[in-house]
Ligand binder design. Structure first.
Ligand code: ADP
Ligand code: MG
Length: 466
C-alpha cells in the first residue's frame, strides 16, 4: 500500500484504541465509584487516595475582611488578595499577580522553589493599598492552594505525598508544605499566618459553594486533572477523628492517579508514561489533561512520519522533541474552521518547521485532535458520573413527594476554559450518561478562579479573628 494507505491504517487503529462507547464509559464510572469506596475505607486501599481535606465547613458568605491567597500547581503561580464584604458585597475587591514558574525551579531544590514563592508574595504584599484596610494589630492571613497530593494533618498543615505535572523535587517529598513556606517567609521577612492549605479542587469547591449552595463537587481540567467532592463524614471509614458538626467532609480524590483495565490505552500512552517523570502513575491524568494531550498528538504524528512518510521522505527533526506540540496549539488547530485549514497549516509550519502541508494532511491532523480530545472529554464525563453514582445523585428520586435534589459541578482549569471542543464534548457525554431526566438535575458551571478565591475564602472562614 502507498503512503495514504499506511497513514489511514495508523489513524484507524488509533481511533479504535481510543474508542469510548457508552458501555465503556459506564464501566469506567463504576470502577471509579468502586475505587472511591476503597480509598475511603483505608489509606493505601486504592489508587484513589481520597485525601481528607479537613475542610468540614464550606464558606457561608458571611466572611469579611482582607485575605491573601497563593496558588501553586502548574505552569503559573499566582498571588492574590481579596476584600470580602459579607453576603451583600461578596468579593468586594480583588487583585492578583501571575508569575510563570522558571522551569529550573520545578526540578531543583525545595528552598529555591519556596524562596521564589515567598519573595513574589512579599513583593505583592508591599503593593497593598489603603482600600484593602487591615485593622490595627491584625496579622495578615493566607490560604495556600497547593495542587499536588498532600497528606493533611490539619487544615493548615500536611506533607507532600508526591509531585505530579512535571514537578520533581525529591527532597520536598514527605516534607511539611506549610512549614517549608513559613521558613521561606521568615527568610524574606514576611509576617503572615497560613490559615489554610488546600488543593485547587477543594478551593474550587469552596469558591463554587460560596455562590451556589448546590455545588457538590469540583473538577479541575488544566495542566493536570483532579476532583473533590463533599462526602458524608460517616461514609469515611478511615476517618477516626471526631465527627464534624456539619456531618460533612470534603474529599480530595486525586483522581488523576485513577487507572483501570477499562481505560482505553494505546501504544502511545504506554510509551508516554514510560518516558515520563512519574512512570506508572497519574494514568488518567496522562490521557485527559492539558499537559499531555498535545504530546499524545506529537507521538502519533511521529509514528506517521516514520512509518508512513507522512511529512515526506524525512522525519521533521522538531517532531522528535518531547512536548513540542502543546495542548493550546492542538486546540487552535482543532478549532480551525477555515475551508483550507490554514491555522493547521501555519501551526505545523511554526512548530515543526514543515513549510507546506496538503489539505489532506491537515485533515488527518484534525482527525487526530478530535480522537484525542474526545477520549479525554468522555473519560472526564465518566469520572464525574462515577462521583454522582457514589453520591446517589445519578438518578432523580423515585419518590415524587421528595424535592428534587440539584447537583452542581464546579469546573475550572485552562483546558476546560479554553478548549471548546473538549468542554462541549464533556458536557454532552455527561448528559448522555445521565439520560434526559437526571440531566435536568445536574448542572456544570465554570467556577472562575475558584482555586485562588476559594483558598482566600477558606482562610477567612478559618481566621483567628472570627
Ligand atoms: P494550572 O492547571 O497549571 O494550574 P490552568 O488551569 O490555567 O493552570 O491550566 C493551564 C493549562 O490549560 C495549560 O497547561 C494547558 O494545558 C491548558 N490550556 C491553556 N490554554 C489552552 C487552550 N487554549 N487550549 C487548550 N488547552 C489550554
Ligand atoms: Mg490551577
Amino acid at each position: 500500500s502507498g503512503k495514504w494507505g499506511r497513514v489511514s491504517a495508523i489513524l484507524k487503529a488509533f481511533e479504535e484504541d481510543c474508542a469510548t462507547p457508552i458501555s465503556k464509559l459506564r464501566q469506567v464510572a463504576d470502577a471509579m465509584a468502586v475505587e472511591m469506596h476503597a480509598g475511603l475505607a483505608s489509606d493505601g486501599g486504592s489508587k484513589l487516595k481520597m485525601l481528607i481535606s479537613y475542610v468540614d465547613n464550606l464558606p457561608s458568605g458571611d466572611e469579611k475582611g482582607l485575605f491573601y491567597a497563593l496558588d501553586l500547581g502548574g505552569t503559573n503561580f499566582r498571588v492574590m488578595r481579596v476584600l470580602l464584604g459579607g453576603k451583600q458585597d461578596r468579593v468586594a475587591k480583588q487583585e492578583f499577580e501571575e508569575v510563570s514558574i522558571p522551569p529550573h525551579l520545578m526540578t531543583g531544590g525545595s528552598d529555591e522553589l519556596f524562596n521564589f514563592i515567598a519573595e513574589a508574595l512579599a513583593k505583592f504584599v508591599a503593593t497593598e493599598s489603603e482600600d484593602f484596610h487591615l485593622p490595627e494589630g491584625r496579622q495578615r492571613e493566607l490560604g495556600f492552594t497547593f495542587s499536588f497530593p498532600v497528606r493533611q494533618t490539619s487544615l493548615s498543615s500536611g506533607s507532600l505525598i508526591k509531585w505530579t505535572k512535571g514537578f520533581s523535587i525529591d527532597e520536598a517529598v514527605g516534607e511539611d508544605v506549610v512549614g517549608a513556606l513559613k521558613k521561606a517567609m521568615e527568610r524574606v521577612g514576611l509576617d503572615m499566618r497560613v490559615a489554610a492549605l488546600v488543593n485547587d479542587t477543594v478551593g474550587t469547591l469552596a469558591g463554587g459553594r460560596y455562590y451556589n449552595p448546590d455545588v457538590a463537587a469540583a473538577v479541575i481540567l488544566g495542566t493536570g486533572t483532579n476532583a473533590a467532592y463533599v462526602e458524608r463524614a460517616t461514609a469515611i471509614p478511615k476517618w477516626h477523628g471526631p465527627l464534624p458538626k456539619s456531618g460533612e467532609m470534603v474529599i480530595n480524590m486525586e483522581w488523576g492517579n485513577f487507572r483501570s483495565s477499562h481505560l482505553p490505552l494505546t501504544e502511545f500512552d504506554h510509551t508516554l508514561d514510560f518516558e515520563s517523570l512519574n512512570p506508572g502513575e497519574q494514568i488518567l491524568e496522562k490521557i485527559i489533561s492539558g499537559m499531555y494531550l498535545g504530546e499524545i498528538l506529537r507521538r502519533v504524528l511521529l509514528k506517521m512520519a516514520e512509518e508512513a512518510a507522512f511529512f515526506g521522505d524525512t522525519v521533521p527533526s522538531k517532531l522528535r522533541i518531547p512536548f513540542i506540540i502543546r495542548t493550546p496549539h492542538m486546540s487552535a488547530m482543532h478549532n480551525d474552521t477555515s475551508p483550507d485549514l490554514k491555522i493547521v497549516g501555519s501551526k505545523i509550519k511554526d512548530i515543526l518547521e514543515v513549510p507546506t502541508t496538503s489539505l489532506k494532511m491537515r485533515k488527518v491532523v484534525i482527525s487526530l485532535c478530535d480522537i484525542i480530545a474526545t477520549r479525554g472529554a468522555r473519560l472526564s464525563a465518566a469520572g464525574i458520573y462515577g462521583i454522582l453514582k457514589k453520591l446517589g445523585r445519578d438518578t432523580t428520586s423515585k419518590d415524587k413527594e421528595e424535592e428534587v435534589q440539584k447537583s452542581v459541578i464546579a469546573m475550572d482549569g485552562g483546558l476546560f476554559e479554553h478548549y471548546k471542543q473538549f468542554s462541549e464534548c464533556m458536557e454532552s457525554s455527561l448528559k448522555e450518561l445521565l439520560g434526559d431526566e437526571a440531566s435536568g438535575t445536574i448542572e456544570v458551571i465554570h467556577s472562575n478562579d475558584g482555586s485562588g478565591i476559594g483558598a482566600a475564602l477558606l482562610a477567612a472562614s478559618h481566621s483567628l479573628y472570627l
